[in-house]
Design a protein around this ligand. Structure first.
Ligand code: FES
Ligand code: FES
Length: 168
């Protein structure tokens, strides 16, 4: 495709800068996965399952329904970006340890929604967790374990607040 018909997008993903030239209509999910950022998953492609969840400039969004152009000049965080020097973020650790990740396909989306919730509300009750995860679909867990994982992560983060991604 000639350059004039592509869209330049500069963004920072998980602390790393990217400069993409994309076909018009490319979704953020397509751009991320083409760049080997494989945490966000394509499941429904219609905004109904949140498996493709990412944080775009501080807001939790479904990358399958977000044009990549929206990321121009923005910061994107995906579930793998929560790792700190190879260590799991408390949300990731709680999902792993409580059995909230079974096949794991939905897990990056759950982790991102949970992380976004805990940024806004460090001490959510079960109803708040269930409301926050209401759009995330999981075929394996019955949702009990993911809710337990988020409540456990909240407890851990309150007792030892995690530095934000990219913090020294
Ligand atoms: Fe994006 Fe389902 S794949 S919401
Ligand atoms: Fe398998 Fe959620 S753990 S779909």
């Amino acid at each position: 495709m000639p350059d004039g018909s592509t869209l330049p997008v500069r963004c920072t993903v998980n602390g790393r800068e990217y400069h993409w030239r994309l076909a018009p209509g490319t979704t953020l999910l397509e751009a991320l996965r083409a760049a080997q950022v494989r945490g966000p998953k394509l499941v429904c492609g219609t905004g109904d399952c949140c498996a493709c969840g990412v944080i775009l400039d501080g807001r939790s969004v479904n990358a399958c329904c977000t044009l990549a152009g929206k990321a121009d000049g923005a910061t994107v965080l995906t579930a793998e970006g929560l790792l700190e020097a190879g260590r799991l973020h408390p949300v990731q650790a709680a999902f792993a340890e409580t059995g909230a990740a079974q096949c794991g396909f939905c897990t990056p989306g759950f982790v991102i929604r949970a992380y976004a919730l805990l940024q806004e509300d460090p001490d959510p009750d079960e109803a708040a967790v269930r409301a926050a995860l209401g759009g995330n679909i999981c075929r394996c867990t019955g949702y009990v374990k993911p809710v337990e994982a988020v409540l456990e992560a909240a407890r851990r983060m309150r007792s030892a607040p995690a530095p934000g991604p990219g913090a020294p």
